[in-house]
Design a protein around this ligand. Structure first.
Ligand code: UD1
Ligand code: MG
Length: 416
């Protein structure tokens, strides 16, 4: 990896095509804002300096950035060249290679980016592009090559003529520059295009005309170059990230019966020999132990912690719940804001009534308790160890250890 690199990450755009009040780079993929995937890549690259260029709703986006990231605010969204200019102004005396990343290209891998940087520095180039061959190049800038097949410019989709529109080699947007050459080219970019914007892509043609050294490497994996500009593209990118997450878990020893219908967030932790049945949704901040069975049709929401050998079956929803080893909740139930011991049986249809209209209240269930089918547990509530609730019981008061309660509302039946 070349030592002297600085990253300018562009994330100021208004994202008109998303038709959203939420800034584009904060739309999430598997529970995580898009820009965080790019920031992960930046971290791995160990850049000497990173500047994130923000504009549209910059305060909102800034809150999501890790501490210590330098931000440049692009006052008017005049295009990608103007955004890079804003970024350059915060780079200070840095001299070396400037890598441009886009906040809306979250699938880009470390391997490809470092290959680009290596090629650029080894060949001492003024600018190096990452391009891709795409059967559907619509929307992307097209790579123009001269009669020696050398890169000589980029034409944006909106400005391309019919022949240029047929070009299948696209600009991924990821490029690196020698800093001085970039600054020189930026000064000469004019908004002579249909969008009346200052295009970063024009720097390539300008450098070429100046007899600068411009080249490109191609990624074979077109998907990783995907820019997200619409909800349709967002859905496609989510599918990719989901597949990467699922494959990681399978490699770690988790069985996914049907990866295509399994939705696991980026930060889930799942132990080996756990099996996830189809149509299961696992949201952020969830930990699942080893040898658990989850699903089909299970929904594990934020703050769920399952210890080993827990069974969570059909149509079970859990949120903010800690569940002890060998506890079973096998059929349609809701468990929220709860702490459940070991070897507890949670009968079919059990509901923790955790919300009283104002507050979410806690339910605690001791180890070896037996919660009968269709029990309603009105929180705040504590059910003792080895306690039992009868089928259809509405429990409104604490139940002592080894005690059985039945009825609506629950009344004492026996002890022991
Ligand atoms: C851009 C490229 C196009 C490439 C495509 C790849 C230009 C002119 N075009 O087009 O060649 O094929 O990406 O995905 O560069 N941004 C700013 N400030 C601005 C405008 C944009 O920071 O004033 C940021 C956006 O937030 C985004 C990135 O720059 O992260 C790219 O902008 P976008 O509008 O998505 O450009 P594309 O039309 O996708
Ligand atoms: Mg884009």
């Amino acid at each position: 990896m070349p030592k002297k690199i600085a990253v300018i990450l562009l994330a100021a755009g208004k994202s008109t095509r998303m038709k959203s009040a939420v800034p584009k780079v904060l739309h999430t993929l598997c529970g995580r804002p898009m820009i965080h995937y790019v920031l992960d890549l930046v971290k791995k690259l160990k850049a000497a300096k990173t500047v994130v260029v923000l504009g549209h709703k910059h305060e909102e986006v800034r809150k999501e950035l890790p501490a210590g990231v330098t931000v440049a605010v692009q006052k008017k969204l005049l295009g990608t060249a103007d955004a890079v200019k804003a970024g350059l102004s915060r780079l200070g005396p840095f001299a070396g290679t400037v890598l441009i990343l886009y906040g809306d290209t979250p699938l880009l891998t470390y391997e490809t980016t470092s290959r680009l940087l290596k090629y650029h520095t080894e060949n001492n180039l003024d600018a190096t592009l990452l391009t891709a061959e795409s059967a559907k190049p619509e929307g992307y800038g097209r790579i123009l090559r001269d009669s020696y097949a050398g890169v000589c410019g980029i034409v944006e989709d909106k400005d391309a003529d019919d022949a240029q529109k047929d070009i299948k080699e696209i600009n991924t947007g990821i490029m690196c520059f020698n800093k001085k050459s970039l600054a020189r080219a930026l000064r000469r970019v004019k908004p002579n295009n249909r969008k009346k914007e200052y295009y970063l892509t024009d720097c390539i043609g300008l450098l070429y005309k100046d007899e600068g050294l411009v080249d490109a490497i191609k990624t074979k994996n077109t998907d990783e170059a995907m820019g997200i500009n619409s909800r349709v593209e967002l859905a496609k990118a989510i599918a990719h990230v989901r597949q990467r997450i699922n494959e990681r878990f399978m490699k770690e020893g988790v069985t996914l019966i049907d990866p295509a219908s399994t939705f696991i967030s980026f930060d889930a932790k799942i132990g080996p020999d756990t099996t996830i049945y189809p149509f299961t949704v696992i949201e952020t901040n969830v930990t699942i132990g080893a040898r658990c069975l989850v699903g089909p049709f299970a929904h594990l929401r934020e703050g769920v912690r399952l210890q080993d050998e827990v069974l969570v079956g059909n149509f079970v929803e859990m949120a903010r719940a800690r569940v002890g080893t060998k506890t079973w909740a096998k059929h349609f139930c809701y468990v929220g804001d709860s702490q459940i011991g070991e070897r507890v049986n949670i009968g079919a249809g059990t509901v923790t009534a955790n919300f009283d209209g104002k507050n979410k209240n806690q339910t605690r269930i001791g180890s070896d308790a037996f919660i009968g089918s269709d029990s309603i547990l009105v929180a705040p509530l504590r059910i003792g160890k080895k306690a039992t609730t009868g089928a259809g019981t509405v429990v409104t008061r604490n139940v002592s250890d080894k005690t059985t309660v039945v009825g609506v509302p629950a009344r004492f039946l026996r002890r022991g």
